[in-house]
Write a protein that binds this ligand. Structure first.
Ligand code: GLU
Length: 350
């Protein structure tokens, strides 16, 4: 596997890699990880880190057992642990004279177009100044309905927003297995996935996914976001020393190969939005027009479902009650004066 083919690499680091089973920092592993990042820098690769660990480090500092904690407590614990996490990166990167930055994102920051563009701009400016961007979810203000909860999908969305061409997901699993490796000795790592279909989704059953916050299910969701955005995703076990350099030698990983995407950045962003606020149904004429690249006019809208406002992503359903094919499946509401009056809805062509 040649990682040097990529230009911009997002590196997702799971909590379990940073700390051992006793919540103690794995210093040697950290030093080796930084070596790997320097190797990528030496080859002019842009690197963005998405790292978990705020809650694990917060629990350690406050001597709290993670198992007994409610979400509201997690928010407070993350506020403590995020300082530990970023200081840890600072300490290790400083030794190599690399400056770091902290970017805390909420779900809204990636799901609202303007805010996602701001995040992209900030990350790009940091990269231009040779500062390492280190992203995490802003766990302190996230409630259950408005948070990612897992950094897998956050990392994929960051990769998509920043036009990265590779997301390396360093996890505590070797890759996606054909069966549960704990139960079946013949389980094999699937080397390459080119399409995420029901068969692949079914592999991420609960039994194979008892790893990390999101498990395999969110890893597959993350892969889907990446693949639809022209970004390859590599899922590998990051717990070994020099986890990135090892991808080249080690055959234990799954490559989720992106299709070359014909969609522009904005369409990719809409397609991968995590929260759709409703749907509109359209007639056959409107569907035909849309598939031919024309705008959707209010006259073709037959029904509206959900409550949405300007800027929200919504699904488009055809007369057979099916979502339109992925690239036409969603649209952004441009202007919405009165929900009840269909004639007042102006939908933006995308
Ligand atoms: N944002 C969480 C943290 O820093 C981690 C979420 C996850 O495990 O993916 O602790």
């Amino acid at each position: 596997m040649n990682l040097l083919q990529y230009k911009t690499i997002v590196l997702k680091i799971g909590s379990s890699l940073i700390v051992d089973s006793k919540n103690k920092i794995k210093k040697n592993w950290f030093t080796k990880l930084i070596e790997d990042i320097l190797f990528l820098h030496k080859h002019k690769k842009k690197v963005i880190i998405v790292s978990s660990g705020a809650i694990a480090l917060g629990c350690d500092l406050l001597k709290i057992n993670k198992k007994n904690v409610k979400l509201s407590q997690f928010q407070a614990i993350a506020a403590v642990g995020q300082i530990e996490l970023i200081n840890l990166f600072k300490k290790f990167f400083e030794k190599k004279k690399i400056k770091i930055s902290q970017i805390l994102l909420t779900l809204d920051d990636t799901e609202e177009r303007r805010r996602s563009l701001n995040a992209k701009e900030t990350i790009n400016n940091l990269l231009k100044m040779s500062v390492m961007p280190i992203v995490n979810e802003n766990d302190t203000v996230g409630t259950s309905e408005i948070r990612y909860g897992d950094n897998d999908r956050l990392a994929a969305r960051v990769a998509q927003i920043c036009n990265a061409d590779c997301l390396i997901m360093l996890s505590d699993v070797n890759g996606l297995y054909s069966q549960d490796p704990k139960k079946n000795q013949f389980a094999k790592i699937i080397k390459k996935v080119e399409k995420i279909d029901k068969k692949i989704e079914n592999l991420a059953t609960k039994s194979i996914s008892a790893y990390g916050t999101g498990g395999m299910i969110t890893k597959i969701k993350a892969a889907k976001i990446c693949m639809q955005s022209g970004c390859d995703m590599i899922l590998t076990n990051g717990s070994i020393n020099n986890p990135i350099k090892n991808i080249a030698k080690n055959k234990n990983f799954t490559l989720f190969k992106a299709k070359s995407s014909s969609l522009n950045a904005k369409k990719q962003w809409i397609l991968n939005s995590l929260s759709t606020k409703g749907s509109i149904s359209i007639d056959d004429g409107a569907e035909k027009a849309l598939l031919n690249g024309k705008s959707l006019l209010p006259i073709g809208v037959t029904a509206v479902e959900g409550t949405f406002k300007r800027g929200d992503a919504i699904y488009i359903i055809n007369s057979k009650k099916k979502k339109l094919q992925p690239e036409f499946q969603r649209t952004l509401v441009k202007m919405l004066k009165k929900l009840k009056d269909l004639k007042q809805i102006k939908l933006k062509k995308y």
